[in-house]
Ligand binder design. Structure first.
Ligand code: ADP
Length: 270
């Protein structure tokens, strides 16, 4: 235990070193505890859709003589299977983010590319929900990082904005640079989030109450992935929201210089 280790070493080392050792141990214990919780929560969350898939496949077997019933069960089976797919995909993203402190690939990333990828990935969802995606703001900005991770983070915000918005409304995705910080803001005119829940929504598997009753989908992992991915890039996420009025999630990242226009030409000359 940390206390024993400290008392054993206390006589030999300076107080500051003791403090560093204690901090290091508590940090490691905290990470270890987070891992344990994650595994426990994940197993729990997976049980429900896996159980549903089992039940529905059995139901299809026993309804074999009734085509209408088979079709109905098959539809529900498909929905549960895609939910399971989304859940496992997000669990993998999150464990990849938690597994290492290093970004897989770091380069100059055009913010336009991130926003395009994030909106394109959810255009079908937006069309189905009859929500309009509106892009705006500055073009030609750059950040440094992993383009895939950033696109997934912005994509998760877009997906939520659509999911928690009424049909006929629009979701804005705006970009601007302020004092060396690139801000990517996703704004909706949807449900909104109560002040008491605004901190908690970034926790793993946390889902606010209204959202739970509104739809069965969702994993409670989307914002946790956003937070981890943005942290990893040296940025932060801010949330403004008012119940009944809507929400704005803003990802803030250190701005990078635009890379030289034609790197190939440059290389050839040097
Ligand atoms: P989920 O898969 O449930 O959307 P998230 O981690 O992405 O999981 O979000 C956590 C919770 O935060 C959601 O269940 C919902 O209650 C709330 N939330 C997230 N984004 C929005 C939004 N744009 N508007 C209203 N509530 C939101």
């Amino acid at each position: 235990s940390p206390t024993r280790l400290v008392s054993a070493r206390a006589s030999a080392v300076t107080p500051r070193l003791v403090l560093v050792i204690v901090r290091d141990i508590t940090e490691r214990e905290r990470v270890e505890e987070m891992r344990r919780d994650f595994v426990a929560n994940t197993s729990h969350e997976l049980k429900t859709p896996v159980g549903a898939v089992m039940l529905l496949s059995e139901a299809i077997e026993s309804a074999a003589d009734d085509p209408a019933q088979v079709r109905a069960f098959a539809g529900r089976l498909h929905a549960e299977a895609s939910r399971l797919g989304q859940l496992t995909g997000r669990i993998m993203s999150l464990s990849r983010l938690q597994a290492s402190d290093e970004l897989a690939e770091v380069r100059d990333v055009p913010v336009d590319q991130v926003v395009a990828a994030a909106t394109e990935a959810h255009q079908t969802q937006a069309d189905a929900a009859r929500v309009e995606l509106v892009r705006g703001g500055e073009r030609g900005l750059y950040v440094r990082g992993d383009v895939q991770m950033l696109s997934e983070a912005v994509g998760n915000l877009v997906a939520n904005a659509i999911a928690y918005s009424p049909a006929g409304s629009s979701v804005g995705i705006g970009v601007k640079a302020v004092d060396g910080v690139v801000e990517i803001a996703v704004t909706d005119r949807g449900l909104g989030i109560a002040e008491t829940e605004q901190q908690r929504v970034f926790e793993r598997f946390y889902r606010a109450d209204q959202a739970r009753s509104r739809r069965t989908g969702g994993t409670g992992l989307g914002l946790s992935i956003v937070k981890h991915a943005v942290d990893r890039h040296g940025g932060d996420v801010r949330l403004w929201s008012r119940p009944g009025q809507g929400s704005t999630f803003t990802i803030r990242l250190p701005q990078a210089e635009a890379p030289p226009k034609n790197p190939h030409k440059r290389k050839a000359r040097s």
